[in-house]
Structure formats: structure tokens, C-alpha cells
Design a protein around this ligand. Structure first.
Ligand SMILES: [Zn+2]
Length: 190
């Protein structure tokens, strides 16, 4: 999943390069700053609870797309995208951290992997591995389904993930932002 995400992320960033904000843009800089702080907290937390394997191979990446879409996502492997649309709704660093904690939680909890397994089954594959082999023969199919599986298909990730995953990510996200020193109560105001 992480390997496939890396390819899908590169493809996504290439397709959106005209709208990708440079790191010098204050909005992109903010996402990078908060992202680094969150990633450090998540890493130390996973070590503390004895589950460093859940973030093994993660290569944290933070990008901001200038687009009114109300969404943000984090791929398996820690590749994060924020849209300026949702950034405009977040009034404080704490509120941005609340969004980010939630999205990181989807990646750490492997929700995209579960969705991907379901998608693979729908395509007639018996495993994600077999599905990836099938994807090789239909370029674009794997990437499209991966993007949907991690909630990058459109607005508001709940369309992709469903309630159980959303509640779980809300919970984990609060823990992550708390560990990073942000105010978890800002999730309520957001
Ligand atoms: Zn979500």
C-alpha cells in the first residue's frame, strides 16, 4: 500500500502541479509546520505504546493545493494533502491540527487498506496483491481506486470511509494532537 501510495501521490502532485502551493506560501508553510509537529508526536506515541510497526516505512510529506475543495487526506505512508478550501474554515493552528490528526489516524489505522481490500474484492481479486497485479494491466485503475480508498475522491472523507472509521479516526486524532501539544477541544469548535 505504501509503495502504491508513493506512485499515486507522485501522479496526483504532477496532475495538480499548477495548483500546488510552494513551501514559501504562508498557507503551505503552516501545513508543513503543523504536519512536522504532528508526525513527531505520532512517531513518539507509537513507540510509547509499543506499535512502531504501524508507521513503519512512513515518509511524511505535506502539500497544499490551492483549490476550494473542503477536504484533506493522508495516504498510507504519511503523504498528506490539504486543500485551501478547508484551510479557510480552520481559524487556528489547533483546528488545522484537529483535521490533520484525524486524517493521519486513517492512515495509521489502515482504513485505506481495508477499503482497498474491499475494492479489490469488487474487482474480482482475492487479495490486494492480486489486485495490484491486475492494476498493472489497466493503468490508472489502481491509482483511481487508491485515491477513493483514502478519501481523496472528492469532498468530505466520510463519503469514502463510513462511520466506524470516522469515529475511530476522531478518537485517535484527538490523542495525536494532544500529544503534539495542540488543544483537542478545538476539534469541537472546528
Ligand atoms: Zn475521516
Amino acid at each position: 500500500m505504501i509503495r502504491m501510495s508513493a506512485a499515486a501521490y507522485t501522479e496526483f502532485m504532477t496532475a495538480n502541479q499548477d495548483n500546488a502551493l510552494p513551501p514559501s506560501d504562508p498557507r503551505a508553510a503552516k501545513v508543513i509546520e503543523i504536519g512536522k509537529r504532528m508526525a513527531a508526536a505520532v512517531t513518539s506515541y507509537m513507540n510509547d505504546i509499543g506499535h512502531p510497526e504501524l508507521i513503519e516505512g512512513f515518509q511524511w510529506t505535506y502539500n497544499t493545493i490551492d483549490d476550494p475543495t473542503l477536504n484533506a487526506w493522508c495516504m498510507p505512508g504519511g503523504r498528506i494533502v490539504f486543500y485551501t478550501g478547508i484551510l479557510e474554515l480552520a481559524k487556528t493552528d489547533d483546528e488545522i491540527a484537529a483535521i490533520m490528526g484525524h486524517e493521519i489516524a486513517h492512515a495509521v489505522a489502515g482504513h485505506g487498506n481495508e477499503r482497498m481490500s474491499q475494492a479489490a474484492a469488487l474487482q474480482g481479486a482475492t487479495s490486494v496483491g492480486q489486485f495490484l497485479l491486475m492494476s498493472d494491466t489497466s493503468p490508472g485503475l489502481g491509482n483511481a481506486i487508491l485515491l477513493q480508498s483514502i478519501g481523496a475522491g472528492g469532498q468530505l472523507t466520510s463519503l469514502a470511509f463510513g462511520r466506524k472509521h470516522e469515529s475511530e479516526s476522531d478518537n485517535m486524532g484527538l490523542t495525536f494532537m494532544n500529544k503534539a501539544g495542540y488543544d483537542p477541544y478545538s476539534a469541537v469548535t472546528f
